[in-house]
Design a binder for this molecule. Structure first.
Ligand SMILES: NC(=O)c1ccc[n+]([C@@H]2O[C@H](COP(=O)([O-])OP(=O)(O)OC[C@H]3O[C@@H](n4cnc5c(N)ncnc54)[C@H](OP(=O)(O)O)[C@@H]3O)[C@@H](O)[C@H]2O)c1
Length: 274
């Protein structure tokens, strides 16, 4: 719950990425103070200097899959005057590949970054968030966490896990002052998506949103006054409902797309490209 944006401080992970920087711009324009986390100081500092009131914002470099660096980030939050009110778990990685082509290193990277890190960060920051009158967590999930899509077994598993975590935590914190939000975008125009994914989306006719669309929904959740979840995009919202009620219908629709998925996973270029 955000009653007074000018006093709310947000830890935003993956701040220099496509969605992260859109969220940073929107929240900074609303008066929030931001602690911008990423792995590249130059990119973070460029982002900070281009935000409204750069002097209100801080940066911190940390590889979140490194336990010691994650701990340093938590300690930085604890040391901030006024603490941190909102945690936005936005950092993430993707992987478009058939399961048999995914090695152990990728398995670990995707599950750690997309699932273990947000759970651990939330656990470590909850005491701080609970001290705030505006305490909130926003977990950035994905439509693929709700519609298992061929080519995204690993990514979908990580985001389905993040949704399960968010739902249980929302209920666990139901009698506390900390709100737990979950936001699931469909495809978004960022460098998270490789050319193969962009080509696949084009071939399948999947719509892609601007990062600003996700940022606007994130702000709406923060301003909503109660824990909530949002799914971005139509017809994706309908597919998610159909998938929950009648998964066999979605099975047959997606199995028909398998040949296209296999081609692009194997590196096919769109017609006209060599
Ligand atoms: N783009 C989409 O189609 C889409 C759709 C649905 C959901 N999402 C979700 O939206 C979120 C943001 O994605 P995006 O599209 O903005 O991707 P992006 O532009 O690639 O940004 C991802 C961010 O995550 C950070 N990150 C990755 N691994 C990290 C690690 N080990 N430690 C610290 N930071 C790490 C990156 O940090 P650096 O800046 O240091 O590289 C980067 O800032 C992700 O959770 C993603 O799963 C994206």
């Amino acid at each position: 719950m955000r009653k007074d944006a000018s006093t709310a401080t947000v830890l935003l992970t993956g701040a220099a990425g496509g969605i992260g920087s859109a969220i940073a711009r929107l929240l900074a324009a609303q008066g929030y103070s931001l602690l911008l986390q990423g792995r590249n100081q130059e990119r973070l500092e460029t982002l900070r200097l281009n935000l409204p009131h750069p002097e209100r914002h801080r940066t911190m470099v940390a590889d979140l899959t490194d336990k010691a660096q994650r701990q340093s980030l938590v300690e930085r939050c604890q040391a901030l005057a006024g603490g941190v009110d909102v945690l936005i778990n936005n950092a993430g990685v993707s992987q478009f590949a058939l399961l048999e082509h995914i090695d152990d290193a990728s398995l670990r990277e995707v599950l750690e970054t997309n699932l273990l890190v947000p759970i651990a960060l939330t656990r470590d920051l909850l005491p701080l968030l609970a001290q705030s009158r505006h305490g909130a967590v926003v977990n950035i999930g994905s439509a693929f966490g709700h519609i298992g899509h061929p080519g995204f077994c690993l990514y979908g598993a990580s985001k389905a896990g993040l949704h399960g975590f968010s739902e249980a935590l929302r209920r666990e914190q139901g009698d506390s002052g900390v709100q737990v939000h979950y936001l699931a975008p469909r495809a978004v125009d960022t460098t998270l998506n490789s050319d193969a994914v962009k080509n696949l989306n084009r071939a399948l006719g999947n719509h892609s949103d601007a990062p600003e669309t996700v940022a606007a929904q994130c702000l709406k959740l923060l301003q909503s006054g109660s824990s909530g979840r949002r799914f971005i995009g139509w017809p994706e919202r309908l597919f998610i409902k159909v998938n929950a009620l009648l998964p066999a219908v979605v099975d047959s629709a997606l199995i028909k797309k398998l040949p296209v998925v296999r081609e692009y996973a194997a590196g096919k270029k769109p017609q006209g490209e060599i």
